[in-house]
Design a protein around this ligand. Structure first.
Ligand SMILES: Nc1nc2c(c(=O)[nH]1)N(C=O)[C@@H](CNc1ccc(C(=O)N[C@@H](CCC(=O)O)C(=O)O)cc1)CN2
Ligand SMILES: Nc1ncnc2c1ncn2[C@@H]1O[C@H](COP(=O)(O)OP(=O)(O)OP(=O)(O)O)[C@@H](O)[C@H]1O
Length: 200
């Protein structure tokens, strides 16, 4: 069954924040419970799909950088796909949190870079060369059929995607992240979503 936020007349707060927090917790618990063998299989399938999408995108946007993410909290681990794309000459970039109220910044990354941690504890390249990716792989805690994304609640990607020009966005999740929830006024739908079984 697809998890959902209850929508009776009594819960019409603007962003359904408490319900969203519950849904986030439930989806994170589901993702955490995936066994290692299954996770590895799903990651391999996701890597194939991401390589296929990024190769087409790279052919249409030569020389442009693709924003990726360093996996945390049982997010899909796409590092084998990053290695393949970097080996084919694509410039990759990782997000950096410089302060908790600002949009994400992106810095150039290659797979053999030395890493340090940003203020959120997420690994980032030690040599911080700024870039502005034309497309982003966006890790999702959850997503709905309208391609609205649910993240960790810090607002980092929301603030980043509110900027202009907005990069093309591809949500990355396992299919168990599919849920029913309403978009908040600030939510900007992803351009595409790739999971291990469905892409749309
Ligand atoms: N892989 C990945 N990188 C990303 C994001 C993301 O969603 N996924 N972000 C999208 O927003 C930004 C960082 N957002 C974060 C959101 C929550 C926590 C977090 O819960 N941290 C742990 C402590 C980790 C530690 O210090 O080692 C915690 O607070 O329990 C960290 C970063 C930028 N980088
Ligand atoms: N464009 C924006 N500018 C400033 N704050 C924003 C913007 N968009 C969202 N926010 C704030 O960020 C917070 C997190 O929002 P939300 O719960 O929708 O995050 P999320 O869906 O988990 O995604 P994210 O990964 O971006 O945190 C909310 O307090 C929201 O008001």
């Amino acid at each position: 069954m697809v998890p959902s936020i209850a929508r009776d007349a009594g819960d019409a707060t603007p962003e359904n924040a408490p319900q969203k927090a519950l849904l986030r917790r439930s989806l994170l618990a589901t993702r955490q419970a995936v066994d290692a063998v299954t996770r590895h299989r799903w990651d391999a399938e996701l890597c194939q799909r991401v390589i296929a999408w990024a190769t087409l995108w790279g052919d249409a946007n030569p020389g442009c950088s693709l924003g990726v993410y360093w996996p945390m909290r049982e997010e899909p681990d796409l590092r084998p796909a990053y290695a393949a794309l970097a080996a084919h000459g694509m410039q990759l970039a990782l997000p950096v949190v410089s302060d908790k109220e600002s949009p994400l910044q992106f810095v150039v990354w290659t797979p053999d870079d030395a890493m340090v941690k940003d203020i959120c504890g997420v690994p980032i390249p030690a040599s911080a060369v700024a870039t502005a990716p034309l497309a982003l792989l966006v890790p999702c805690v959850g997503f709905n059929r309208q391609r609205t994304r649910l993240g960790y609640g810090g607002g980092f990607y929301d603030r980043t995607l509110a900027l202009h020009p907005r990069p093309t966005t591809v949500g990355i999740a396992y299919s168990c992240g599919l849920a029913e929830f309403d978009a908040a006024p600030h939510d900007i739908p992803l351009d595409a979503i790739i999971t291990e079984t469905i892409s749309f």
